[in-house]
Design a binder for this molecule. Structure first.
Ligand code: PLP
Length: 390
């Protein structure tokens, strides 16, 4: 019996366990101190009314013989695909329902999509980055090349013609840096991918946080992307679905690699290994795209964005360099006084009783940087900002 030895190559992630231990130790030693947590990437506001009602009705459907739903289409019900297509159509992007695949979230799809590509492809991944891109490729045994995201390029690396890659990950708005690519920058990536027969894996999980209409919210706003890009999106941060689980992946019909249709391959993969998202969840997801659902989810996003604005304005007042915060729920800041990420973590915890995430946990270029999130509640965020400024 041989196991997949690539699992031994995975770096142990001590990031969140170390944070938890440091916070627990500090709390035990200082039981009266109120600690404010701004490290989590999870949402805190509940599902909106429109979603709750749609899900309640769907539960009731399931309890009646005439409206019961058993196995559904693996790639999602048409009522939800129509809603997603309508959402893209508002931005002038025409999608066929066959190009939309409903799933239980972006994380699964980001990992599973790798089934479509040979192990000997080279993968290009920005550093720092959402760790799932790296770990899923290490598990498969693929060669990873990193591109530096840093202060000089505003944490938005552009293609380097001297680097050859087959699979390229882009995340905009970015986790952890909150940085957002412009049309021009994404056009460079699309041109690079087309010129090198590479595939872009575009993670748009935070697209709903973009309010600047000049910034692209989908890779398909860039001409040519339909021939080189797959887009992953999620209702987790858009509509509070982190615990409800629903996302969607777009694989254009025009996307070919090695003479094969990636859309057909993904359909084959999903129908073979996945049995679809629960009917109740898909009904709730469809409600996100209703007029009422859009208004209500927008209110939650605006709430988080106001938190982000408060944190970003504190950075400005403190003269700290940062990215994000405007079109993203993350603020990525440069640790003051040349502190390392963990030194700044300890300083914030002990002096300000505020918890964030050390940037070093997201890759080597994250050292010396720090992530604060806007997903907390207003009162705590305002109190944290007050403490930071004191
Ligand atoms: N992509 C990015 C960049 C994320 O930060 C996250 C979650 O934090 C995900 C994908 C996962 O999304 P989902 O909850 O849909 O699996």
């Amino acid at each position: 019996m041989n196991i997949n030895q690539n699992y031994n190559k995975l770096e142990q992630s001590y990031l969140f366990s170390t944070i938890a231990k440091k916070v627990a130790d500090f709390s035990a030693a200082n039981p009266r101190e109120k600690i404010i947590r701004m490290g989590i990437g999870d949402v805190t506001l509940p599902l909106c009314d429109a979603v709750v009602r749609a899900m309640q009705e769907a539960v009731s459907d399931m309890g009646k013989k005439e409206s019961f739903h058993g196995y559904g289409p693996e790639q999602g019900y048409d009522f939800l695909k129509n809603a997603v297509a309508g959402y893209y159509a508002q931005r002038g992007i025409g999608l066929d329902n066959n190009e939309i695949f409903i799933s239980d979230g972006a994380k699964s799809d980001l990992g599973n999509i790798l089934d479509l590509f040979a192990v000997d492809n080279t993968v290009l991944i920005p550093d720092p980055v959402y760790p799932v891109y790296v770990d899923t490729n290490v598990m498969a045994g693929r060669t990873i090349v990193y591109m530096d995201a840093n202060e000089e390029n505003g944490f938005l690396p552009l293609p380097d013609e001297s680097v050859r890659a087959d699979i390229i990950y882009l995340c905009s708005p970015n986790n952890p840096t909150g940085a957002v690519y412009s049309h021009d920058a994404l056009k460079k990536w699309v041109d690079y991918a087309l010129g090198n027969h590479a595939i872009l894996l575009f993670d748009a999980a935070y697209e709903a946080f973009i309010s600047n209409s000049e910034l692209p919210r989908s890779i398909y706003e860039i001409k040519g992307a339909e021939k080189c890009a797959i887009e992953f999106c999620s209702l987790s941060k858009t509509a509070g679905f982190t615990g409800t689980r629903c996302g969607y992946t777009i694989v254009p019909m025009t996307l070919e690699a090695g003479g094969a249709s990636l859309n057909h391959m993904w359909l084959r993969r999903q129908t073979t290994k996945f049995n679809g998202v629960p009917y109740m969840v898909q009904r709730g997801a469809a409600a996100v795209f209703s007029k009422e659902g859009q208004m209500q989810t927008r209110a939650a996003i605006d709430y988080y964005k106001e938190n982000a604005r408060l944190i970003a304005s504190a950075m400005q007042k403190m003269g700290i360099w940062y990215t994000g915060g405007e079109n993203s729920p993350y603020i990525w800041l440069k640790c003051p006084d040349d502190m390392t990420s963990w030194e700044y973590f300890d300083y914030l915890l002990t002096e300000k009783k505020v918890v964030g995430t050390p940037g070093a946990g997201f890759g080597k270029n994250g050292e010396g940087f720090f992530r604060l999130t806007a997903f907390g509640d207003r009162e705590n965020t305002a109190e944290a900002v007050k403490r930071l400024l004191s």
